[in-house]
Design a protein around this ligand. Structure first.
Ligand SMILES: C[S@@+](CC[C@H](N)C(=O)[O-])C[C@H]1O[C@@H](n2cnc3c(N)ncnc32)[C@H](O)[C@@H]1O
Length: 289
């Protein structure tokens, strides 16, 4: 992609109301994320990085490039990458993992078919902390339940930058400090150079995480499998009520009957016509069709 010559003070560049509207309605249509006027400053500061990287003098030229040039469509992935909020952590909302160990996974055991494989989808996996927390939970459960022969997690996200981090599986020591020492020792390796203060998830777990870019706003999800559990946490809060319902309907098509849909603590199922029963904090059981 051609780099544009630029000699501007980025901190002075502002996004006009009109350009903000063009971008915010595009972002909501494309990836569901709502951008009310209160998000203008945030969008402005995140997009400055893209202006700087491409050498544009102002937002107008950047918008013109994205929407009216042949190469613009390649920039859309980067535009979406910068607007997503990717905050996550290991064993975030711990009640969900406790539920799985004590109730969810034991209930699923009779439903696991003869190959003995548990399949879980983490449908907004960010930089990988969520799917690796699920894999650790599954591994601990499988150790004492020999009928489970294998397990894997499909991790999807719209943000390519986050998928790359999930693939690398390297995290600062500070992000694992609340994980019990026994678990840490078993599933993470410390960097040889201690001064870096990094850990890496062990290969055996990394191999059980399949990663793929997927936009929850897609009409149909390009996924063949049915899952025993679907996590979709802390992403629907950014979407309109209408899109939340549409997405939940699409997600549960990929969930087995009596499988679990797990949302974020501040999210819920808003449509009582869906065949879902609440069985825990933001945990829903899929009822028979
Ligand atoms: C706040 S993080 C939540 C991560 C994790 N689920 C958790 O609870 O810790 C939200 C994630 O949703 C992703 N996301 C936002 N819009 C999306 C979309 N339309 N399709 C797929 N992922 C999306 C973002 O890239 C981000 O990584």
């Amino acid at each position: 992609m051609k780099k544009h010559i630029c000699n501007v003070d980025f901190f002075k560049e502002t996004l006009s109301e009109k350009d903000f509207k063009i971008l915010s309605s595009f972002i909501e249509k494309e990836c569901g994320i709502q951008m009310p006027p209160s998000k203008k400053i945030l969008l402005e500061s995140r997009l400055r990085k893209r202006l700087r990287a491409l050498g544009f003098n102002n937002f107008k030229d950047y918008i013109n490039f994205v929407f009216n040039s042949n190469d613009g469509r390649y920039e859309i992935v980067n535009l979406i990458d910068v607007v997503t909020t990717n905050k996550t952590e290991f064993f975030r909302e711990k009640a969900h993992f406790d539920f799985l160990l004590k109730e969810g996974l034991p209930n699923l055991l009779p439903l696991i078919e003869d190959k003995g494989i548990i399949k879980v989808w983490s449908a907004a996996c960010s930089s990988g902390e969520e799917p690796y927390s699920i894999l650790i939970t599954l591994s601990e459960f499988a150790e004492v339940n020999k009928e489970i022969r294998d397990f894997y997690v499909l991790g999807t996200d719209i943000c390519t930058r986050m998928l790359e981090k999930a693939r690398e599986a390297i995290y600062p020591m500070s992000s694992v400090e609340n994980i019990p020492f026994e678990i840490l020792k078993k599933y993470f390796l410390k960097s040889k150079d201690k001064s870096l203060g990094l850990v890496k998830v062990i290969r055996e777990l990394r191999e059980k995480l399949h990663l793929k870019r997927l936009n929850l706003m897609d009409e149909v999800y390009d996924i063949k499998d049915s899952f025993h559990i679907v996590f979709c946490r802390n992403v629907l809060i950014y979407f309109s009520k209408e899109n939340q319902i549409k997405i939940i309907k699409k997600l549960i098509r990929h969930l087995i009957t009596k499988g679990y849909l797990i949302l974020g603590h501040s999210e819920t199922v808003l449509d009582s016509s869906l065949a879902l029963k609440r069985v825990g904090p933001s945990i829903f059981l899929k009822l028979g069709d």
